[in-house]
Design a protein around this ligand. Sequence first.
Ligand code: URA
Length: 428
Amino acid sequence: FDAVDVIRTKRDGGRLSDAAIDWVIAAYTRGVVADEQMAALTMAILLNGMDRAEIARWTAAMVASGDRMDVAGLRRDGRVLRTVDKHSTGGVGDKITLPLGPLVAAFGVAVPQLSGRGLGHTGGTLDKLEAIPGWRAELSTDALMAQLRDVGAVVAAAGPGLAPADARLYALRDVTGTVEAIPLIASSIMSKKIAEGTSALVLDVKVGSGAFMKTIDDARELARTMVDLGADAGVRTVALLTDMSTPLGLTAGNALEVAEAVEVLAGGGPADVVELTLALAREMLDAAGVTDADPAAALADGRAMDVWRRMIAAQGGDPDAPLPVAKETETVVAPASGTLARLDALGVGVAAWRLGAGRARKEDPVQAGAGITLHARPGDTVTAGQPLLTLHTDTPEAFGRAREALDGAVEVTPDGAPGTAGRGRPAD
Ligand code: URA
């Protein structure tokens, strides 16, 4: 094969043969196909798409580029452990993995979560957990398997051997404007889940301003594509479409989100976080064949919290240690009295990122304490001058750029007046 021929085929709207797909993925992983050639091919895919068979082959080739784990083969007390994973396509304030893994594991199901770090305005689960003093994301495959068997829940960094083609490809897409292609997102996510070896998977496909998918039609197509890929690979896969037009819960930022997740595990926490955690837990338990479970009871009576504490401790973390706190805070107040009509997820996500909660390049550090606390949710009645948001950072020079990101993200409809968009105003 010749890389230029493969690029031309897709550029001109043609289909890639199985052999061409296998070759281009393997050759790219080995460095034989150059980054600029793969960038041209991914742009052609973004513009011209791939059919179901092409996407399935592309995904299989990415799985074949590295190692496969066999979490579904794990045994506890001589019986095969049921495994089910969950994946969110990413959003602002999406800390659901933190309470969800321990909650589902409390019912005897193994929950392997190989997660990533955040890039751009959506946070990464590993960054959040790394806010906990001592907690380690890197586990050997043996340690990961042992923790799955003994604790039931694990959140760890995907090792470099798992779908290495995706690691290269994702970094390339990130800097070439080719992330937002449904076939590429679907194959990227599913190749990692198939390589991990889970027997069931629940997908939380986000839709709205803070998500990759801005419209319900695109979100549905992504969900359908991933469910089909799962089915083709023998992974029982279901998807929920959930709203990401406003942040989840009342926090965005690493330590702030851990604290909120712990509130949920203690039986409290914001209603939307609890609701989504329970909805996903029910789907996961169902997919694992556990039919008589009451996940709400396991949050209320401390069973999920027990698993959380064991999960954190097993990875070197101290579940009782105080969480890091940012050095500086500023408040954004309501610009008028009325109803908080909109608190835009993208604006809040970008602001939290600029405050230091996220990174611009994958080698950048993140600030554990940085982020945003919400004091009101869309639909709440607010009074002019009332705090709406608290901004947290160790680098106060970031406040200005964070406020710019919030420009137009906060909308208060004054009593009896048409809507006003504003960025809130600084506290006096
Ligand atoms: N998450 C992934 O793992 N891959 C994508 O392409 C997008 C989101």
